[in-house]
Design a binder for this molecule. Sequence first.
Ligand code: FA5
Length: 350
Amino acid sequence: MTDRDQPTVDAVIAARDEGLAALQAAPDLDALDAAKRTHMGKRSTLASLQRGLGTLDDAERREVGRALNEAREALAEVEARSRQALEAERDRVQLAAEAVDVTLPPRTPPRGALHPVLETIDALLDAFTGLGYTPVTGPEVESEWHNFEALNIPADHPARGLMDTIYVQGLGAEPDQVGITPMLLRTHTSPVQARVLRTQEPPVYIVVPGRVYRSDVADATHLPAFHQIEGLAVDRSLSFADLRGTLAAAVRSLLGPDVPIRLRPHHFQFTEPSCEVDAYYDGHWMELLGAGMVPPNVLSACGIDPDAWQGFAFGMGPERLAMMRHGVTDIRQFVDGDLRFLSAQTTVSP
Ligand code: FA5
């Protein structure tokens, strides 16, 4: 025990005042805890004075004991008051830091949108399902037989030259004794016509969206990989007038009622008579689709009685329609990777 710890009333008062000063000066709760440990804990001066009481006579012990009690009460009271004030300050600072300014404008992440070509395909499918057509799909790696022979385009036919074909390695097997056939990336969606006609009883109303491939050189209206939407209808008493009305309704529902469209006579091996449909855009006529009546021999080759059923078919290019819907003058822009095509898009509504 040092002199300072000699239990006297003066020593108690000195320890108390030192403690009170430290508790009052604590700038934060950590400092207050430290001051409490130092001046009110087991190793504080007051505690060691307390332990020294046993060395005093009765009268001194009572006097110093009372002083010790008063000192402890005073310290406890100041400690509680300081704690309350520091806690209130801590809460105030924390609340201020966490305050939310509800008047700030919200941070909205950039919104994506469908690519204009997919948006156009969706709109076409909507238009055709509204007319009673069912979407179906077919393989992109197709047999030469389905892509050409089944559509009246034999190996030596010049029409094959019109579609520069990309062949893939390997051979495929076809049913009906067709046997082994080379495989290719389909050049159009028309092979799905052959697949459906051979397996499905009429009436048939289908649309076939999908990707097709030709070793075309890209230019303002051509891509080597693009989309088509094939349509096929087989029913009783279908005529060219029904084909014309269906195509006009679909094109107008996408491009608006006022867009000038025209039908031109054309030739396809798998339709007769055939036509192409153009729309007037950007100062010239742009070819949108090919179409025609399914010839009787194609129907009967698929087991369908051509005297009872008639059919028409069409194949359109959604990229060309997307150009018109979105004011794009070069088809290559769709595949340039310009992110603006995927951000909030401005649809030219009809
Ligand atoms: C055909 O592919 C025929 N199968 C369409 C058809 C189906 C006719 C059913 C009769 C009955 P064509 O090669 O013209 O036809 O292509 C059809 C449409 O696809 C074109 O009118 C055009 O809109 C689009 N198209 C053709 N080539 C490209 C290309 N390289 N890039 C972008 N679009 C193309």
